[in-house]
Write a protein that binds this ligand. Structure first.
Ligand SMILES: Cc1ncc(COP(=O)(O)O)c(C=O)c1O
Length: 509
């Protein structure tokens, strides 16, 4: 037993300690519990306007618990600093967990990934003892990498909230702060985005965006989107998504008209085609389109980048026709020179409704006053977990304070560094890798002949070699990377390029 300051007692524990006054689960995970001595409990002065909640948050025991947790994480994370293979003695147990996962899920996981719960920066330890360089991060979710102190501290803030989930009837100040922060970021260069509705997934954020647009333009019942669009997995967003396989056996719930996207190899012609097709659609279905829905940088569709000129050529006639514009930034948020890719492309004046998700931890739909629904069409029991909201707030703060944004910010400079490295690999192995594609910290390349088989094969080899990236697009299928912007360094990128080169040699030579 070790006595520590403030009268706290630190005891090793083998079980879950249920003391009512401390963040017990966090302490238990560090294999210690704290015991307090009643005489040192600060008394609450009920005559002041101090909230009991604030007294808890500022309680010295909480501060000490936080300090101990940070210290323990730093000590253990120091061992997760390089790629390594699985431990043979964990192989059987790991396989058995994967089999159970397949049985309970009813389908095998996309890849044999089960995290141990430990990580550091872009490195993650899996439950088979291997350590991978995670440059996909759950498709762009872990912007601060794995088990980062800022995120852990924010999760402790959430553990000190009275509810696990927040929602329509139970919003805490963190929900308010998150909504206000997203509105402030979205409107900082002129977009008229006044409101924010939080939700639990990107699909739900898009579902809400579509409801807002349909409500605003009732009885319009069609949407315009791009070829290869991906909006999520609800019935409405699956209808919008341009991939028939994702609708197998499902009814189409929305009529969608598709436009060709910009082709970097022939920008003038592709823009002319898209604009001509838009005019044809507007003429063919007058007053029938409730919205134009677009990702400024196509994500699942294959990392195709829009430009200001291309989008403006489409958005101007859309404005004239009174068709609202929705930008889906679920994947592109926080990856370019600005928080939003529509800002990076200078499209603020056209952003009527915007959705975010993934890296923000809690998802959201932003919209202007003019789109505020007049009927009760938006509501959710859960808008997000307390930890999604507090960690999301920390993520936004860290993206800004770590200079991820700006023309010389980390997203652009590290993205260019990575792209240069991929270009060099492409010149060295022209038959096996072409590209790169994407923008900022959304980076992709085309493996081999561009077939799904080649991409899947290389993705598997990269996985075994210790580098996590993931497929996107079709004809060609590409491999994409979404490195964690806050913690990625040029050394991590060099390691990724090295692992990729090893994988190319193993896979194709
Ligand atoms: C652009 C875009 N929109 C929406 C979604 C759906 O988000 P979620 O999977 O959180 O429902 C995704 C997910 O990949 C996406 O990339």
């Amino acid at each position: 037993m070790a006595k520590i300051d403030l009268g706290l007692i630190l005891r090793p524990t083998s079980g879950y300690h249920t003391h009512p006054r401390i963040a017990t689960s966090w302490i238990a995970s560090a294999n210690y519990f704290l015991e307090w001595e009643p005489e040192i409990v600060p008394s609450i002065n009920s005559s002041t306007n101090e909230l009991i909640a604030d007294a808890l948050r500022t309680d010295p025991r909480v501060a000490e618990a936080r300090r101990l947790i940070s210290e323990a994480i730093v000590d253990h994370a120091a061992n997760v600093n390089e790629v390594r293979g699985p431990k043979p003695e964990l192989k059987t147990d790991y396989q058995s967990m994967l089999d159970r996962l397949t049985a309970v899920r009813g389908a095998p996981p996309i890849w044999p990934y089960l995290s141990s719960g430990m990580g550091s920066g872009p490195f993650v330890e899996l439950a088979d003892g291997s350590v991978k360089l995670d440059f996909i991060c759950g498709i762009g979710v872990h912007g601060c990498g794995h088990l980062q102190d800022g995120m852990v501290q924010a999760a402790i803030d959430a553990a000190l909230e009275d509810t696990v989930m927040q929602g329509n009837l139970q919003q805490n100040p963190a929900s308010l702060q998150m909504g206000e922060k997203l509105v402030q970021l979205a409107s900082q260069s002129g977009a008229k985005l006044d409101h924010c509705l939080l939700s639990t997934s990107g699909a739900m954020a898009n579902e809400n965006a579509l409801k807002i647009a349909f409500h605003n333009k009732t009885p319009a019942d069609r949407i315009i989107a791009f070829d290869n669009a991906f909006a999520g997995r609800t019935l409405a967003t699956a209808s919008l998504t341009d991939k028939a396989a994702y609708r197998t056996g499902l009814p189409v719930t929305i009529d969608v008209d598709y436009l060709p996207f910009r082709e970097a190899s022939n920008p003038e012609r592709s823009q002319r085609w898209a604009v001509d097709e838009l005019h044809r659609l507007i003429k063919r279905y007058p007053g029938k389109h409730a919205a134009f829905w677009a990702e400024p940088i196509a994500g699942e569709g294959g990392y195709y980048e829009g430009t200001k000129e291309f989008f403006t050529a489409l958005c101007e006639p859309l404005r004239e026709a009174g068709i609202p514009i929705i930008f889906d930034e679920v994947q592109s948020f926080s990856r370019t020179s600005r928080p939003f890719a529509f800002q990076h492309l200078g499209l603020d004046e056209f952003a009527d409704i915007v959705t975010v998700g993934k890296i923000t931890q809690v998802c959201g739909t932003l919209y202007g006053k003019a789109f505020n629904p007049t009927g009760p069409i938006l509501s959710q029991t859960f808008t997000g977990s307390s930890s999604a909201i507090t960690t999301g707030l920390s993520m936004l703060e860290q993206l800004e304070s770590n200079q991820c944004f700006g023309v010389d910010g980390k997203n652009i400079t590290l993205g260019n560094y990575f792209r240069n490295g991929l270009e060099q690999l492409s010149s060295k192995y022209p038959s096996y890798i072409s590209g790169p594609f994407g923008c900022g910290m959304m980076i992709a390349f085309t493996p081999g002949d561009g077939s799904f088989d080649h991409a899947k094969q290389l993705m598997g080899t990269m996985y075994d070699t210790g580098l996590l990236g993931f497929v996107c697009g079709a004809n060609p299928t590409r491999l994409r990377f979404l490195p964690p912007p806050v913690v990625t360094t040029t050394q991590h990128i060099d390691l990724a390029l090295n692992l990729l080169e090893q994988s190319i040699k193993t896979c194709f030579q």
